[in-house]
Design a protein around this ligand. Structure first.
Ligand SMILES: [Zn+2]
Length: 167
C-alpha cells in the first residue's frame, strides 16, 4: 500500500438569508450563510477537492460545474459520495487514514458544533471520529465577509498497474 497526501481549499462569501452548512451540519443560529450555487458547504467542498488531488483528478468544479442548474442548492454530501466513487476508478482499494481541516470564520463561534461536524464527516467517510481533526480559526476581523476551509487528507492505496509508472 502507498501512502498519498491530498490538499484542498474552499471559500464562500457570506450573506443574510443563506444557510450556514459546515461538514453536513447546519449551524442553526447563524445570521449569515454561504453564497453558493450548492449548499455552500466549504468543508465538504475542500475535502472533496483534497480527495481528488490525491490522484491528481482535478477539482469538483470540473465534475459539478456551477453553471449546471441540476446542482442548484445541492447537498454537498452527494458531491463527496461521487468523489469517493471516482477514486475507486483510479485505485483498487483505498483507506483514508486521517484528515485535518481548518475552518476560518469570525461569527458565529463554532466550538459547540465541533463534535457534530466530526461525527458527520466521520460517518460520510466511514472513519473513526478521532481521525477527523477540525480546527476553528477566526480572521481576527480581517475577513468577516467570508468563510474558508482548508483540508489535508492522508490515505493508503493499492494503485492500479497503469498508475504505477515504470520501475
Ligand atoms: Zn464551495
Amino acid at each position: 500500500m502507498n501512502l498519498r497526501i491530498g490538499y484542498g481549499e474552499d471559500s464562500h462569501a457570506l450573506a443574510e438569508g443563506r444557510p450556514l452548512v459546515i461538514g453536513g451540519v447546519t449551524v442553526p443560529d447563524s445570521p449569515l450563510g454561504a453564497v453558493a450555487h450548492s449548499d455552500g458547504d466549504v468543508l465538504l467542498h475542500a475535502l472533496s477537492d483534497a480527495l481528488l488531488s490525491v490522484f491528481a483528478l482535478g477539482d469538483i468544479g470540473h465534475y459539478f460545474p456551477p453553471s449546471d442548474e441540476r446542482y442548484k442548492n445541492m447537498d454537498s454530501a452527494r458531491i463527496l459520495e461521487y468523489v469517493l466513487l471516482e477514486l475507486l476508478k483510479h485505485t483498487q482499494t483505498f483507506q483514508i487514514q486521517n484528515l485535518a481541516a481548518v475552518i476560518t470564520l469570525d461569527k458565529p463561534k463554532l466550538g459547540s458544533y465541533r463534535e457534530a461536524i466530526q461525527a458527520r464527516v466521520a460517518k460520510l467517510l466511514d472513519l473513526e471520529q478521532q481521525n477527523v481533526g477540525i480546527t476553528f480559526k477566526t480572521s481576527e476581523g480581517m475577513a468577516t465577509g467570508h468563510i474558508q476551509a482548508r483540508v489535508t487528507v492522508l490515505l493508503s492505496a493499492a494503485l492500479l498497474a497503469s498508475n504505477k509508472g515504470r520501475g
